[in-house]
Design a protein around this ligand. Structure first.
Ligand SMILES: Cc1cc2nc3c(=O)[nH]c(=O)nc-3n(C[C@H](O)[C@H](O)[C@H](O)COP(=O)(O)O)c2cc1C
Length: 201
């Protein structure tokens, strides 16, 4: 099971990166292969409909990673109650790549509970026919110790649970979607009539 862990670090001690790392470690412990994608370090450009990104190496590498991934971790800082511009831009480059795959979503915030940021990401996932875990996490500035470690035990527990659940439930969803997709491709009309995978065959 391949997991792509997506974030955008706009500062050296990015709490988004630290948060991704906690979920990623738990996902690895549950048996996943996890790769990180910092969309800023990868220099992903701003998506434009009137621009052809076929020759853009950064975009094509990102798309290869998202196609190959079986599930995703996405962590965004909350900006004015929204997901950050960088994470929204990541979503805007994708659609089919997310179908039938499970997402673990978390927000880093100054002090809020990150509900609207997480809800926005959840909506974006849903509109691409992806699934998000039925719970999410927000990590506030005060949850981190001065050395940058996450000191708030409940947030830590929750992030670790997300990593574990992403792998265990994500594997089931992905297997079923792939099975439906294969059935549709070989003309199994029963699956074609019932499964949303039929839209992707
Ligand atoms: C433009 C901007 C808007 C922000 N808006 C909010 C907000 O609405 N609610 C909140 O709790 N924190 C807000 N913050 C604080 C960030 O969410 C917080 O510092 C976050 O941990 C930054 O993540 P990072 O360490 O990965 O950069 C905002 C920060 C910036 C720069």
């Amino acid at each position: 099971m391949k997991i792509l862990a997506v974030y955008g670090a706009t500062q050296q001690d990015s709490r988004s990166r630290l948060t991704v790392n906690v979920i990623a470690e738990a996902a690895r412990a549950a048996g996943a292969e996890v790769q990180a994608l910092d969309v800023l370090a990868a220099a992903i450009p701003i998506m434009r409909v009137d621009q052809d990104f076929a020759a853009d190496v950064a975009v094509q590498q990102m798309k290869q990673l998202t196609r190959d991934a079986d599930g995703f971790i996405v962590v965004s800082p909350e900006y004015h109650g929204c997901m950050s511009n960088w994470i929204k831009n990541f979503f805007d480059f994708h659609y089919h790549e997310f179908a039938g795959k499970l997402f673990a979503l978390a927000a880093t915030t100054g002090g809020s509970m990150g509900v609207s940021c997480n809800t926005q990401m959840r909506v974006a996932v849903q509109h691409c026919h992806g699934w998000a875990l039925p719970y999410q996490t927000a990590v506030r500035e005060a949850d981190f110790a001065p050395d940058g470690s996450l000191q708030e035990q409940r947030a830590l527990d929750r992030l670790q649970r997300m990593g574990r659940d992403l792998v265990i439930y994500g594997r089931l969803l992905r297997a079923q979607f792939e099975q439906d997709l294969a059935a549709v491709k070989t003309g199994d009309t029963v699956s074609e009539s019932i499964g949303f995978a039929g839209w992707y065959a």
